[in-house]
Design a protein around this ligand. Sequence first.
Ligand SMILES: NC(=O)c1ccc[n+]([C@@H]2O[C@H](COP(=O)([O-])OP(=O)(O)OC[C@H]3O[C@@H](n4cnc5c(N)ncnc54)[C@H](OP(=O)(O)O)[C@@H]3O)[C@@H](O)[C@H]2O)c1
Length: 208
Amino acid sequence: MKIAIIGSGNMGAGLAGVLAAVGNEVVIGTRDPAKAAALAEKIGHGAVGGGIGAAAKLADVLILALPYGGVAEALKLAGDLAGKVLVDISNPISADFKELTLGHTTSAAEEIQKLAPTAHVVKAFNTIFAQLLPKEARQSNRLQVFIAGDDTGANATVATLAQSAGFEPVKAGPLSNARFLEPIGEMNIHFGYFLGQGPTVAPIWVKA
Ligand SMILES: NC(=O)c1ccc[n+]([C@@H]2O[C@H](COP(=O)([O-])OP(=O)(O)OC[C@H]3O[C@@H](n4cnc5c(N)ncnc54)[C@H](OP(=O)(O)O)[C@@H]3O)[C@@H](O)[C@H]2O)c1
């Protein structure tokens, strides 16, 4: 799969690393192309890096690995995204990480879909801490990635991608269910950072 990772921070580096290691064609795109190129070289496995527009052009799937507040600016640089799968991993949170900044009647994912109406936006990975992205960092072999989106094909693509990285994909319904997934991501942040469990916890949904 040709995947563009937009952003080279904690999540961008982690996703690029694990997805390149399992054979995906990974291109990293950042505002500073040199930063993306340096990260790609560090990751290896054929990963390449450059500007956001160039990365977006090369890929069928784009993962927005940047804060929700930066998405609008990044999408302007990404150019035409018609028919592409656009993965939103964000938790739209306050600067102190303690609150969601939108919800109930919308979600970051739905707002991103409005910004990129011709792309297929899929919510995924927002409940997985960056620390758990490298396969060797996981003690559990059944960490779940909740996948919500309105296009069946795009959801299946993201499920395949999550599975290739060693996660269990879980169908979480339409994109509007991101309204419920984003609070779960925020609760996970509270468990990890404010309730003392550390950033290696993750929610899983089980049949009791
Ligand atoms: N960290 C986690 O464990 C975790 C878990 C689940 C979900 N998430 C979500 O994942 C996303 C990324 O988080 P992170 O922890 O990886 O953040 P991070 O380490 O702070 O990295 C953010 C990246 O976004 C880029 N960026 C910021 N503003 C931008 C803009 N306006 N245009 C283009 N690029 C921009 C930064 O580029 P520069 O280096 O050029 O500034 C950097 O590469 C967030 O939405 C977060 O809610 C994070």
